[in-house]
Every structure is written in structure tokens, then in C-alpha cells.
Design a binder for this molecule. Structure first.
Ligand code: NAD
Length: 370
């Protein structure tokens, strides 16, 4: 890695561009670690691959992702394709001796997720998932407040993840409406709040879930309509030992643009956070005169590491792509053998286990032990 680290990027849609930007920013933001070399890019067609390689600054492009994985100059592979591709691409990359940064969810079926975790274990390489929200300095701060006992013993958590990109009944049927993408809100959305739960508290031990389809069919591009195969809404009760939890996920929630709302209640206070206002948290401490009690709003500042690597001024704010840059830096730290804040394939498998238990609970209409 003395001459930098060779990067391969598969997929250049929404997340592919976020990965490309993160790879471009990481050295300038953090200063340390290897400098990424933009070696090889794969897309679904030759024309798109060549165009994106020119835009993103990659040396080579291909419509065949296996060619990218066979490239000896590629040392780490970003996988940002639809969910159904993750398992085959990640396993092939790990077997070829590459490190992997794969978007969430891990895979569509649990057996594929297990296959990915096994390949990571066998390879000894670093394999992490794109759970970017755990990287927010404010989420780190929430973890520190809880660890310091600021709100006492946590007994109840509520999480909501809502967006409105599927809220319009006439929104087009696309890959996220197909069963080949997974269950829907559970594995597309609920996995993100679950990544926060895992990071802050551990994995759910028992779950009870319900999924719903607000619209039975959607128009297809080019004309006609098609039955929707995934659930855009999921509601879950869960437990983590003594902590009771509620998780709601909805891809058809008009007005919500990027809501990941977290409420944490403890014996001595509470903490409230929402990703739509990702540069602040609110904390309530049940101490002092009642006349002075109320939620304290804390704005992101250089003291909330690694905010300081981006901006020296408090209250100016980070954005979504900055979380991806932090995630990329943590990946590089893991590759260098340092302790990193990542959800690797072993930890990601536990999120998958919870999600599949939720889907089973919906089918069997009962509590399921995870
Ligand atoms: P997208 O449709 O915008 O992009 C997917 C890209 O993959 C497209 O450009 C497509 O042409 C390309 N592709 C498809 N098949 C390919 C193949 N065989 N070889 C190479 N390229 C191929 O989708 P997206 O919204 O970027 O989602 C991609 C992944 O990212 C999904 O797994 C999704 O769950 C995840 N995601 C994560 C976050 C997050 O916050 N971490 C947000 C959105 C999406």
C-alpha cells in the first residue's frame, strides 16, 4: 500500500457516486492513511462504465464486474449495485484476495449473508457494510453520553426511519419493488436504525413484526402496471434483554425526506436525535430544580470527533457524504490493522438475523427469539 491503495468501484448510481466522492475526499480530510488510486470501474453497460470512469477519474472501465475483480491492481472493491448482486460480488472479491466495502443490506437471503460472512472469515481480509449513520459524530456523542451514565439505565428506545420516495401511488415500479431486492422496508430501511441499535446497545433478542403494502400495484416505465412484491411499511416491537424497543420504517411517508428519529429513555434522563437534523442532539437530565429542567440542544462541533477533520468551526454542520468519507477512513483503518468503528460482515450478519426473524414474525404472527 506504499503507493496508495487500488480501488475498484462496481455500480455508479446513488451510492456509487457517494463511494467515489468518499474515496476522493478521504486523504484530504484525514491526512493519514494510503492515497486511493482510482484503478477500475464496472457498470451495467460499456458506455455507462466508460462515461462514469471519465467523470470519477478511474483508469479503466468494464461492463463485466468479474474483470474488475480479476484486476491485480485492485486491492479494495466498493460494491454499490442493487441488493441481489451483493453476495456473488462480495464473495468473488474476497476469494480473489480483495478487501470489500459493500452497501447494505448485506444480501437478500440469509443463506447468502452467511456465505458472505464465511468468505470474509476465510479470507482474513476486511469486509464492511455501508452503515454510514453509525459514523455521525453526534451518534458517537450519544454513545459517550450513555456510557458515561448521563441518562442512567436505558429502559426504552424508539426508532423511526421514514422517507417519501415511494409515497406517491403512481411512483414507478423499480428494483426496490421486486421480491429479488428483499422484503422492502425491513431490509431497505430498518437495517439502518438496527445498525444504530447494534452500535449503541447490542442486537435484538426477541422481535414481533408487521409489514404492510400501502399500494398493491404501480405503473411500469413504458406503460402498464405491475403488482408490488415488497412491503413499503414495517412496524416492529423488540427487546434487547431488559430494554424494550419500537421500530417503525416507512418508504411511503409523505413529507419525510431522511428521517431516522431516535428516542432513548433512561432512569435519569433521555436523548433525542433525528438524521434530518443530523448536526444536533437533545439531551434531558432529570436533575436540578424542576423549574430549570428541559431538553438541552447540542450542535455538532470540533469536540465531536471527527467533525474537526472537516471544519474547525462549531455549528456549521456535516452532510451525508461526509459520513461516507468517515466510513471510508474507518475502512482504511481496519485494513491497516487498527481498531475501527465499522460493521463488518460478522456484525452485519447479526443485523440480517434480526431482519429475517422480523419477517418470520410477520408470517407467523408471533414473537420470535432472534
Ligand atoms: P442505483 O439504482 O442508484 O444504482 C445501482 C447501480 O448499479 C446502477 O448504476 C446500475 O446500473 C448498476 N448496476 C446494476 N447491475 C450492475 C452490474 N451487473 N454491474 C455493474 N453495475 C451494475 O441504486 P442505489 O440507490 O445506489 O442502491 C445501491 C445499493 O446501495 C443498494 O444495495 C442499496 O440498498 C444501497 N443504498 C445504501 C444507502 C445508504 O445510506 N448506505 C442509501 C441508498 C442505497
Amino acid at each position: 500500500m506504499s503507493n496508495g491503495i487500488g480501488v475498484g468501484l462496481i455500480g455508479t448510481g446513488y451510492m456509487g457516486k457517494c463511494h467515489a466522492l468518499a474515496w476522493h475526499s478521504v486523504k484530504a480530510v484525514f491526512g493519514t492513511g494510503p492515497r486511493p488510486r482510482f484503478v477500475h470501474l464496472a457498470e451495467a453497460s460499456e458506455e455507462l462504465a466508460a462515461r462514469r470512469a471519465e467523470e470519477f477519474g478511474f483508469e479503466r472501465s468494464t461492463p463485466d464486474w468479474r474483470e474488475l475483480i480479476a484486476d491485480p491492481d485492485v486491492e479494495v472493491v466498493s460494491i454499490t449495485t442493487p441488493n441481489a448482486f451483493h453476495a456473488d460480488m462480495a464473495v468473488a472479491a474476497l476469494e480473489a484476495g480483495k478487501h470489500v466495502w459493500c452497501e447494505k443490506p448485506m444480501a437478500v437471503g440469509f443463506a447468502d449473508a452467511e456465505r458472505m460472512a464465511a468468505a470474509a472469515r476465510a479470507s482474513g481480509n476486511v469486509a464492511i457494510l455501508g452503515y454510514n449513520y453509525i459514523q455521525n459524530p453526534m451518534i458517537r456523542q450519544i454513545g459517550e453520553l450513555i456510557a458515561a451514565g448521563t441518562i442512567g439505565e436505558v429502559n426504552h428506545i424508539r426508532l423511526e426511519m421514514d422517507e417519501d420516495f415511494m409515497a406517491d401511488p403512481e411512483a414507478l415500479f423499480y428494483w426496490k419493488s421486486e421480491a429479488s431486492s428483499g422484503y422492502g422496508a425491513l431490509d431497505d430501511f430498518a437495517v439502518h436504525p438496527l445498525s444504530l441499535v447494534q452500535t449503541l446497545f447490542g442486537d435484538p433478542t426477541r422481535v414481533f413484526a408487521h409489514q404492510a403494502k400501502p399500494y398493491a400495484e404501480r405503473p411500469i416505465a413504458g406503460g402498464g402496471r405491475r403488482a408490488v412484491e415488497t412491503y413499503d411499511i414495517a412496524s416492529v416491537l423488540f427487546e434487547i434483554g431488559p430494554i424494550s424497543g419500537i421500530l417503525a420504517a416507512n418508504r411511503s411517508a409523505w413529507g419525510r425526506k431522511g428521517r431516522i428519529a431516535l428516542q432513548i429513555y433512561g432512569s435519569a434522563g433521555s436523548i433525542v436525535y433525528d438524521q434530518e437534523r443530523m448536526n444536533e442532539l437533545q439531551a434531558y437530565r432529570a436533575s436540578g430544580p424542576t423549574a430549570d429542567q428541559g431538553f438541552l440542544t447540542v450542535l455538532a462541533a470540533p469536540g465531536h470527533k471527527p467533525y474537526d477533520r472537516f471544519i474547525p468551526a462549531p455549528g456549521h454542520g456535516l452532510g451525508f457524504n461526509d459520513l461516507k468519507t468517515i466510513e471510508c477512513h474507518e475502512l482504511l483503518r481496519a485494513i491497516s490493522g487498527e481498531k475501527a468503528r465499522v460493521i463488518d460482515f460478522a456484525a452485519g450478519l447479526e443485523i440480517e438475523r434480526a431482519v429475517h426473524a422480523m419477517a418470520r414474525s410477520h408470517d407467523e404472527k408471533r414473537w420470535i427469539d432472534v
